[in-house]
Design a binder for this molecule. Structure first.
Ligand code: PLP
Length: 471
């Protein structure tokens, strides 16, 4: 018998499946749980059947196995990486946009979704401090893709391809590694990537930047790009955009700000004061799937002058002539790498329209306050020390006991983070700062309570004390 989709009661199935998700509280599930080996093998080896299987059987595998063993970035005790505390409104926006399978390449194919995209890019560009005209941008899948889009744009704005071996770029060890990936894809030789020192607070050392650039100019190199960061992943450090802009303007260098995590703090009460001089940059990466509470994947690259995007990506194809806008800055496919792309802006628009800017501000402020609460709690504990103070709701700390060696102290911090994740209660993995293993917390979930923070740290402490007995 041939398969016929209309024989399935998909209406009931979709309603039931959505209901199941609506009726659960993600934070009652483990914050992370690893799939058992047998299941990994089952799904790696599963064959595509010649004749389709019963939908309820497949859905049961999907719900009880595939979607069960996951790290949950929107769990209220997921403190690692940059969490993804996505609003259910974003999820609703996702359902509605994917249900319509929107082809958001060109204005004529998805006029109003693209009007919404342009509207939000203008709104966020204004928050940065760019002039609405000629600034512009495009929604992309994430911060890595936004950084790549920016690096290629900067390259094309500043040098010709035959000069790449003489072209130098500048970042620090704290720059997100997607910056280095982007430079590699864009063809910058590894030897021409200058790693600038960072200060004690993990921000770029601007004196070292200036000296390095001057030395490069003296040696015949062409400095083209500085990647600064608004909220580094490790510590939330915010670079001095003003001072970097002074140097960039003097040497005709593009300043790209990676604000994948931090830029959303422009909507907080402290807002622009946190990012003095960001408006003097040439481009900003901004992830909505981090602190604008969106589901994956939703981010933006915003540039001061959108004609730079057209310069890099404004290719034409004859089979698209009928839908290509006369005003060639209107079609998103002319502003970035993707042609076929989902209407990512729609879910952010839905969330912002329903929730409003004031509530976004309250939520982002709350994350900053929780980081300060965490700092105070950690400071009250014996043998715990703060390693990086709260910056944009990220802080790091560690257990340190001088009766143990450095390796033993590292081991204790490491093992506690692993045990906590294994327990499923919370995720608070370590990072390495100044060669020390430290716990790193990013406290941005609006539903996290002070008790959640206390209990997470108490459990880490308990695991450490248990393990210390074996040393
Ligand atoms: C500062 C920074 N830049 C870029 C990225 C990469 O973003 P994505 O994971 O959305 O590609 C991250 C991810 O955490 C980040 O924190």
């Amino acid at each position: 018998m041939t398969f016929n989709e209309t024989n399935l009661d998909l209406e009931t199935i979709i309603r039931d499946e959505v209901n199941k998700y609506l009726n659960r509280d993600v934070s009652q599930l483990p914050a992370t749980v690893q799939a058992p080996k047998e299941l990994t093998q089952k799904y790696e080896k599963m064959e595509v059947p010649k004749v389709g299987r019963d939908i309820y059987e497949v859905l049961s595998e999907l719900n009880n196995e595939v979607l069960t063993y996951l790290y949950r970035p929107n769990h209220k005790r997921a403190f690692s990486f940059i969490p993804g505390p996505a609003s259910r409104l974003s999820w609703l926006g996702d359902i509605l946009t994917t249900a319509n399978n929107i082809h958001a390449s060109n204005f004529k194919n998805a006029t109003l979704p693209i009007s919404i995209e342009r509207n939000l890019i203008n709104y966020l560009a204004e928050k940065i401090g760019y002039e609405v005209k000629p600034s512009g941008g495009v929604f992309v899948s994430g911060g890595s893709m936004a950084n790549l889009t920016a690096v290629v744009t900067a390259r094309d704005a500043k040098v010709t391809l035959d000069k790449l071996t003489q072209t130098t770029v500048y970042l620090t060890s704290q720059t997100h590694h997607s910056g280095r990936k982007a430079l590699h894809v864009a063809g910058f030789p590894t030897d021409n990537i200058r790693i600038i020192d960072h200060n004690e607070d993990f921000t770029m050392n601007v004196t070292h930047l200036k000296e390095t650039i001057e030395e490069d100019v003296k040696n015949g190199f062409i400095p083209a790009l500085v990647i600064s960061t608004a909220g580094t992943t490790n510590t939330g450090a915010v670079d001095d955009f003003d001072e970097i802009a002074d140097i960039c303007e003097e040497h005709n260098i593009w300043q790209h700000v990676d604000g994948a995590y931090g830029a959303s703090h422009l909507l907080s009460t402290k807002g622009k004061a946190l990012f003095k001089g960001i408006e003097r940059s040439d481009s900003v990466t901004w992830d909505a799937h981090k602190l604008l509470f969106q589901t994956y994947s939703c981010a933006m690259i915003i540039v001061k002058d959108k004609y730079n995007l057209i310069n890099s990506y404004g290719e034409k194809a004859e089979y698209l002539d009928d839908i290509t806008s006369d005003d060639d800055v209107i079609d998103p496919e002319m502003l970035g790498i993707e042609l076929t792309r989902p209407a990512r802006a729609v879910k952010l628009w839905l969330t912002l329209q329903v929730v409003g800017e004031d509530e976004f501000r309250r939520r982002i402020d709350y994350g900053q306050e929780l980081a300060h609460f965490t700092e105070n709690y950690v400071t009250s504990l014996e043998n715990f020390e703060i390693i990086s103070k709260p910056s944009l709701a990220i802080l790091s700390f560690r257990y340190y006991n001088d009766s143990f060696t450095d390796e033993q102290n590292d081991h204790l911090n490491n093992i506690a983070a692993k045990k906590l994740a294994d327990s499923g209660y919370a995720v608070a993995y370590t990072t390495t700062l100044n060669n020390k293993k430290v716990f790193r917390l990013c406290t941005i979930h609006p539903e996290t309570t002070e008790d959640d923070i206390k209990e997470t740290i108490d459990r880490l402490r308990l695991y450490i004390l248990e393990e210390a007995e074996n040393l």
